[in-house]
Design a protein around this ligand. Sequence first.
Ligand SMILES: C[S@@+](CC[C@H](N)C(=O)[O-])C[C@H]1O[C@@H](n2cnc3c(N)ncnc32)[C@H](O)[C@@H]1O
Length: 237
Amino acid sequence: MNTPETSKEQHRRSQYKAVWAALSDTHDRAKLSVTGTAEEAQLLASGAASLVALQQTIGIHPGDVVLEVGCGVGRVGRHVAPLCQQWIGCDVSANMLRFAAERLRDLPNVELREISGYHLQGVADASCDVVYCTVVFMHLESWDRYNYVLEAARVLRPGGRLYVDNVNLCSDEGWAVFEAHRRFPPDARPPHITECSTPQELETYLKRAGFAEIQSRVEGLFVRVWGHKPKGNPDDH
Ligand SMILES: C[S@@+](CC[C@H](N)C(=O)[O-])C[C@H]1O[C@@H](n2cnc3c(N)ncnc32)[C@H](O)[C@@H]1O
C-alpha cells in the first residue's frame, strides 16, 4: 500500500512480477512495501489487527486449509497459521516469499507458493476452506482483482469462505488517497500506487463469481467484502 521508489526502469502496473521484485529486493524494503514499517513490533501489531478483521468476517477455524493471495512477508500468516490446519501463502514475488519463509520458519503448517500474478496455478480445485486477500487489490488492475475472485471460487470447497479488501473510494480517507495520487503526472505514476475500490465493485466481483451471502463493511480507509461458495443447496443463494 505504501509507495517506496521502484527501480529507475518503470514497469507497467500489470507487470506484477517485475514491479514487486524491485520493491522487495531487501528484507527491510519488503517490509516497508507491505505496511510502511520495517519495525518487527509494528508489523506484528498490524498483523494481529488484520487477524481480528478476518475473525470478525469469515472466521478462522482449527480444521481450515487457508490460502492468502499476495502474502508478502507473512505479516498476517504469522497470526493465522497457528489457528488453522494449513496456511498456504501465495505471492508473485520470490523475494517476498524468501523473507516470509525466514519469518515463519518456526511454523510447521506453512506452505509458500510463487504464482504468476494472475492465477492460483498449481492449487487444486476445491482444496481450501478459506481464501483471503488483504492489502493487495489496491495494487492490481481491476480485471486481475476479478481473476483472483474467480480463482478463489475454483480452489474453495463448497461452503468455503472468501474475504477481500481495498481502500474505499467512497470514504473520506480513501478519497484523500485518491487525491494524493492524482497529483502524479500521468507518465510518472508509480506502477504500484493504490487504486481504490467502491464497495459495489468488490460486491459485484463476488456476485458474478457465484459467491453467496455476500456482506460488506466499511471501516475508515477500508472496505471489506466477504461471502461463501454455495454448497449446491438452493437455500445457500
Ligand atoms: C502491500 S503487500 C501486502 C502483503 C500481505 N497481504 C499483508 O497484508 O501483509 C502486497 C503484496 O501483494 C503481492 N502482489 C502484488 N501483485 C500481486 C499479484 N498480481 N498476485 C499476487 N501477489 C501480488 C506483492 O508481492 C506483495 O507481497
